[in-house]
Design a protein. Structure first.
Length: 182
């Protein structure tokens, strides 16, 4: 079953005031779901390349609940200055993300940069929204392509403090959030 972008929440993009200034050099105003896009360098190369649209869980989705709330996070930065952030705020200046134990969240990433960002959540699984709610693929790291939007669901089932960050070493210091579950 190929994903249909209309299956996902794709309302207008809102950029926070913190996403403007010398630390952010671009913003995606019309990010697209591109689950069937293999990415730069892998398109139309004569080979079959698997994409997120091809993923399907072998077992039924662990938690079928609709999300209690949605959190939209923008991956931001300045390529020339090599500065990285979430919503235009580096980790050292950011408030933790506060989640409630037992809630079901939809996390939506908007990548405002021109680089891939493999986003990794510690302690909890991410159920990638691919269009088939009965077989959502489970992942710990989700690659967010440049100028794109992607969403997944998280069952908040692990109390405590957790790291949430880009898995590229030089991005991690700024493109990092602490998640506090209570």
């Amino acid at each position: 079953m190929k994903p249909n972008p209309s299956d996902f929440t794709a309302g207008p993009v809102h950029h926070a005031p913190t996403e403007y200034g010398p630390h952010v050099d671009m913003r995606a105003d019309a990010p697209q779901y591109r689950l069937d896009d293999p990415g730069v360098g892998l398109r139309n190369n004569g080979r079959r390349v698997l994409t997120y649209a091809d993923l399907k869980n072998l077992r039924t989705t662990h938690d079928h609940r609709d999300p209690d709330r949605e959190i939209e996070l923008h991956l931001t930065g300045n390529m020339g200055r090599y500065m990285w952030s979430v919503n235009g705020v580096k980790h050292s200046d950011a408030e933790p993300l506060r989640w409630k134990l037992g809630e079901r969240l939809r996390i939506t990433f908007v990548n405002d940069t021109m680089m891939n960002h493999p986003m990794h959540l510690h302690g909890m699984w991410s159920d990638l929204e691919t269009g088939d709610n009965n077989y959502l693929p489970r992942k710990h790291t989700v690659i967010v392509q440049p100028g794109s939007r992607i969403s997944y669901r998280v069952t908040v089932d692990a109390e405590g403090g957790w790291a949430y960050h880009c898995h590229l070493l030089y991005h991690m210091l700024g493109m990092f959030r602490t998640v506090v579950v209570s």
